[in-house]
Write a protein that binds this ligand. Sequence first.
Ligand SMILES: Cc1cc2nc3c(=O)[nH]c(=O)nc-3n(C[C@H](O)[C@H](O)[C@H](O)COP(=O)(O)OP(=O)(O)OC[C@H]3O[C@@H](n4cnc5c(N)ncnc54)[C@H](O)[C@@H]3O)c2cc1C
Length: 173
Amino acid sequence: MDLTAQDGGLHGDGSLSGAPSNGGLREELTEIVGHEGLVYRASELKVYECDGWTVEKNIPDLLVLPKTTAQVSAVLRTLHRRRIPFVPRGAGTGLSGGSLPVKAPVMICTSRMNRIVAIDYANRRVEVESGVVNLHVSNAVKSAGFFTRRTLLPRQPARWAATSPKIPAARTH
Ligand SMILES: Cc1cc2nc3c(=O)[nH]c(=O)nc-3n(C[C@H](O)[C@H](O)[C@H](O)COP(=O)(O)OP(=O)(O)OC[C@H]3O[C@@H](n4cnc5c(N)ncnc54)[C@H](O)[C@@H]3O)c2cc1C
């Protein structure tokens, strides 16, 4: 498969071709997630150049911030059609460079998928979107005398998907 030829596809070095609009990719993704859901300015992308493993850095070409599962699906369909690799990111607190965009020019960040969908105290379960921060779950159940095990640490930003087995709606107990 030739990943180097298409406009809006991938260069051999893993970057996107056809900048600044990336062969219409930017417009197509904007239609899905809106202007507020797409970041492409270098100064804003710098925030996403690494996770907790700060030794290596690589700025993505495009950052997509979907709000719903349907948007995630639509974004993935678009990237798949164009044969463009991506890397998912939660809060970027991983310690091993897992969300570093190496030869994956598009980053999909779940930080806007931050709804706590349901709380089931009787069964000690919550249903959350994949961008929910652990601390927010603890805060939501605090008044009922509950907390999440992962929030015992002083550091709280890790997002739910990366520490839970199911995405984008993760259930835990
Ligand atoms: C000081 C410190 C203490 C920590 N203590 C704990 C602890 O007690 N318990 C614990 O479990 N962890 C702990 N961690 C590790 C950290 O919380 C985990 O690495 C967590 O997975 C990071 O979550 P994140 O959402 O920030 O993921 P990121 O750092 O953004 O990503 C981590 C990995 O998950 C992938 N990923 C992210 N979102 C998705 C998604 N929606 N779908 C598929 N893949 C996805 C990324 O590509 C990457 O490979 C600690 C980290 C630090 C820095």
